[in-house]
Design a protein around this ligand. Sequence first.
Ligand code: NAP
Length: 272
Amino acid sequence: MDVHLRDRVETLRDRGITPTLAVVRMGQRSDDLSYERTAVKRAESLGVAVRPYALDALAPQSALEATLHTINHDANVHGCLLFRPLPSFIDEAAVCDMLAPEKDVDGITMTSLASVFADGVAGFPPCTAQACLTMLDHYGISVAEKHVVVVGRSLVIGKPVSMMMLKRNASVTICHSRTKNLAALTRMANIVICATGRPRAFGAAYFAPGQTVLDVGINFDTHGKLCGDVDFEAVEPIVAAITPVPGGIGSVTTSVTMEHTVRAAEKSLAAQ
Ligand code: NAP
């Protein structure tokens, strides 16, 4: 993916456009800072520019809105990544929806999400949901006619990835914290996507031979070690394929963010 992306960036640069991603952060959360560092590194390696906007953790909503207003009106910024969750005193839904859909490279606006749910073309799907499909495509794993069990129903990952799988003719079961007999359901699937935020909560009892497991979770265990939702050591010997944490879906998500930013820049050029 990155090789093709470098070529596309080169083509844009030849035409005087440097694909640029704004990264907006409130406060100094360690996971935000770590993701920002990873994104900057990946962007630099591709020739994508990153413009960081760091706001104080206690900055008022008006300051965040002013930042998004600036980004929306800056023709040299093509995409925007807004770290969430935002502080509780911010109306997150309202702020997300302020972003111009053409710069919404992480699918946070209602316009982008409506496209995911209604097969539209405006905006972009959330990067992590797209990363799940990109990972399966990379390994030649088709979802058509398969049973996909998605554990988690957030708007960031669970719901959009379910709709994207459905669009590709999978039969999808969406599970959540009120689902009964979860292990019986996950064991029946061809593909299991875990996106709950519970460190190593899914052990051997949840899986069966032949399955593909996508572990979306990015968590820290009690020793402060980065881990996924799945107990990798226990599950890897059972299933056909499983994504690791770190280095799995999270890493592809960063590439997808860059691809969306480059695509947004290409679209802006086409619209000139
Ligand atoms: P979230 O908004 O907290 O949603 C978690 C979901 O998991 C909810 O739908 C919840 O069900 C469900 N859940 C919680 N406990 C459960 C249980 N015991 N059994 C079944 N389902 C349960 O979290 P999120 O934003 O979707 O993120 C999920 C994970 O993905 C986190 O670890 C996050 O760090 C990670 N993530 C990774 C990336 C990446 O790039 N790889 C990007 C974004 C997020 P209810 O709806 O019933 O509460």
